[in-house]
Design a protein around this ligand. Structure first.
Ligand SMILES: Nc1ncnc2c1ncn2[C@@H]1O[C@H](COP(=O)(O)OP(=O)(O)OP(=O)(O)O)[C@@H](O)[C@H]1O
Ligand SMILES: [Mg+2]
Length: 290
């Protein structure tokens, strides 16, 4: 699976190398958390490696976004636009369902085959386009499915509920549909700004589950503090577990034995620490006993 550099300093190691190509990532956060900055870093990193970029704004106009981009150090953003490598679609104030069902598919047909990064900032108004949950889900699914035909998708999502509560309907639907969820937790306590980033889920990839402090630095953007991903070391518990497995697994069909051995090999002691190894081993063997 190919991964691409996110453009956010310190994030790639926490995603085991970067964002999976042609996946959909949702960045959730309250106002001022740094969502638009994150999205700009993602798209401008693509410019540096030769990807095309599509920035669909459902909120701020192009002029405002360009001002923010320049403040973050991308003085040459206009050149990319002039060379048609970066396209802004200002969908603010549009009928979103019409935009998604009619204009977007036309656009996708035109761009299909290019290697692009697509940003939708923010996704929230699409959810508010209809009160029906079923329609909301259908609209978001369609939007993301179409967008990923063109490339790797990053959407931002506003956090309106109490801090950390991601169960509201405007967050929960995109969270289920997206492949990767990154939560920018932003709060001010006694005039001190505190920012923490957490990767809530990331399909098909190892990732950090911890909170990581991040800063927004003028001219650079988001920079995440980290000590890297724990290496999945096969140490004490895992090794004992594996040797027991090898002794008892002779009765399993070869492909099954190989699959389980590979899985056990990649598990770390940390992942196994709350698991009863004897019980799990017994359950694996029972699963395949006639
Ligand atoms: N030049 C800068 N230097 C340092 N920090 C900056 C700079 N520019 C912006 N910021 C920080 O980034 C924050 C805004 O980030 P951004 O616009 O990406 O947030 P957002 O999550 O998109 O907010 P909203 O939901 O309101 O659109 C500002 O509140 C400020 O703290
Ligand atoms: Mg924003």
């Amino acid at each position: 699976m190919d991964k691409i550099q996110s453009g956010v300093f310190g994030l790639n190691p926490l995603l085991d190398g970067g964002i999976i190509e042609h996946s959909t990532t949702v960045v959730i956060g309250a106002s001022g958390a740094g969502k638009t900055t994150f999205a700009l870093q993602f798209i401008m990193r693509g410019m540096e490696v030769g990807d095309d970029g599509v920035f669909i704004s459902l909120d701020e106009n192009q002029k405002q976004i360009l001002i923010e981009a320049k403040a973050m150090g991308w003085k040459n953003i206009n050149e990319y636009i002039e060379n048609d490598r970066l396209v802004f679609i200002d969908a603010s104030g549009e009928q979103f369902s019409n935009f998604i069902k009619v204009e977007l598919p036309d656009f996708v047909n035109e761009w299909k085959g290019t290697k692009s990064r697509i940003v939708i900032d923010p996704l929230t108004p699409v959810i508010w386009a209809t009160p029906e949950k079923y329609e909301q889900r259908e609209l978001i699914s369609f939007l993301l499915k179409e967008a990923r035909k063109v490339g790797t998708v990053l959407c931002t999502l506003e956090e309106h509920g109490p801090m950390g509560d991601l169960s509201g309907s405007e967050t929960i639907i995109p969270m289920y549909i997206a492949d990767c969820i990154i939560h920018l937790k932003y709060r001010t306590i006694a005039d001190v700004v505190n920012r923490n980033l957490q990767i809530v889920k990331c399909r098909s990839s190892r990732h950090s589950e911890k909170n990581h402090n991040y800063k927004i630095l003028g001219g650079l953007g988001l920079a995440v503090k980290h000590t890297g991903l724990p290496v999945p070391k096969t140490t004490k518990i895992t090794n004992q577990f594996l040797s027991k497995f090898e002794k008892q697994a002779l009765e399993l069909p070869n492909p099954v034995r190989k699959r389980i051995r590979d899985a056990l090999n990649s598990l770390s002691d940390n992942e196994l620490k709350d698991v009863d190894p004897e019980q799990l081993l017994e359950d694996i063997l029972n699963e395949y006993r006639k």
